[in-house]
Design a protein around this ligand. Structure first.
Ligand code: NDP
Length: 337
């Protein structure tokens, strides 16, 4: 049976205004409120619904609890020409990223490769905006971050890894960049929650029940633990993300984030690693023709689509976006409270 979900329509500009006003009301200054609202509005524009307005109640909760500084001004330093540190000063990631990504891309355009560690920051968004920014400037990008434990490493039955997302982008001179952005759990936590609410089973391998046994029942998995995608191989990628995002940045591993977080429903403090690579300086001037040959070949295979194509197609649609009515009422309630 098809389930019908009540929605209301808002333009992308109205989504931005709604987000800005509520964030500003609860303590974000203009710079932070506008950077987050741009992230939220572009997520809704592209159909990244789990990281659009859906995140506003969490942002507000972490402003109300005093965990995050809505007036934070990031501090950007370079210990080496290609190593950039951005101290978010306990603010949200979007404003720090808005100020630091141009510095990272300049460094990679000049030196061939540059790495940025964002520390003392709260990341509650998708990662594709950072890698896509780099690809739009002719650079390949990789970004990753960790969260609080909800995923059992291969062989274990207890949560230790976060859902640990990673994004990769490759620039294309005459096309939108190739971008993937994915959690390293088999299913995102939000998808399991939605399946539990709607009474649908989840694919085998999504998680374990509270007894440590594999389960396809999302309600049991919510009492138990998620699993990494692809068994021990996905588990290894998730471990790499822990080491890049925490070992290399010096900020929290997922297990450390859980110890210090106040569980207010907002993001946990953590680090993000962003790597920018310049194919022009590394592979030479033929890099674009060569990789376009690869894309031409792969696109001839029946049944495939490139990651990022769904989002880029959504972006071309100028009509208002459908927003879950219950969520909208919750946010409007916050702005009127
Ligand atoms: P999905 O599984 O929906 O998609 C993962 C990637 O695969 C996307 O790039 C998507 O491209 C691509 N894709 C999907 N279907 C196909 C297909 N049939 N063929 C080719 N490519 C495909 O994402 P997740 O649920 O794993 O993650 C959702 C978001 O959650 C991410 O943006 C991630 O950054 C975010 N996240 C953030 C966290 C944080 O702490 N900040 C924590 C965990 C997750 P397309 O977009 O075009 O569909």
């Amino acid at each position: 049976m098809m389930s019908t979900i009540d929605t209301e329509t808002l333009t992308v500009e109205e989504i931005y205004d709604l987000a800005f006003n509520v964030l500003n009301k609860f303590g974000c200054n203009k710079e932070n409120a506008s950077a987050i609202s741009r992230t939220v509005a572009t997520a809704e524009r592209d159909g990244s619904l789990s990281h659009g307005l859906f995140r506003i109640p969490g942002y507000v909760a972490s402003l109300k609890s005093g965990k995050v500084n809505g007036n934070a001004e990031p501090n950007i330093t370079s210990s080496l020409p290609s190593v950039i540190t951005v101290d978010g000063n306990l603010g949200y990631a979007p404003y720090s990223l808005e100020k630091s990504l141009p510095v990272l891309s300049e460094a990679a355009l000049k030196h061939g490769i540059a790495v940025m560690r964002l520390i003392n920051s709260f990341h509650f968004a998708a990662l594709w905006p950072e890698t896509e920014y780099l690809a739009e400037r002719g650079l390949s990008g990789i970004a990753c971050t960790v969260y609080k434990p909800s995923v059992a490493p291969a062989g274990a039955t207890e949560p230790f890894f976060g859902t640990n997302p990673i994004s990769f982008a490759w620039p294309r001179k005459n096309s939108t960049p190739l971008v993937f952005d994915m959690a390293t759990s088999t299913l995102a936590m939000g998808d399991v929650q939605i399946a539990a609410r709607d009474g649908h089973p989840v694919p085998h391998g999504t998680g374990l029940g509270p007894d440590g046994k594999p389960s396809d029942d999302p309600k049991e998995i919510l009492k138990g633990v998620l699993l990494p995608f692809g068994g021990y191989k996905g588990s290894a990628i998730s471990m790499m993300i822990e080491l890049f995002s925490a070992g290399l940045t010096g900020d929290n591993f997922s297990f450390e984030a859980a110890k210090t977080d106040n569980n207010d429903g907002g993001p946990a403090k953590g680090g993000e690693l962003v790597l920018a690579i310049n194919p022009e300086l590394i592979a030479g001037p033929d890099w674009d023709t060569h990789s376009e040959g690869f894309f031409k070949e792969i696109k001839q295979l029946k049944g495939i689509r490139l990651p990022g194509e769904r989002r880029h197609r959504n972006r071309l649609d100028n009509s208002p976006r459908k927003i879950n009515k219950e969520l909208l009422e919750k946010i409007k309630g916050l702005s009127e409270s």
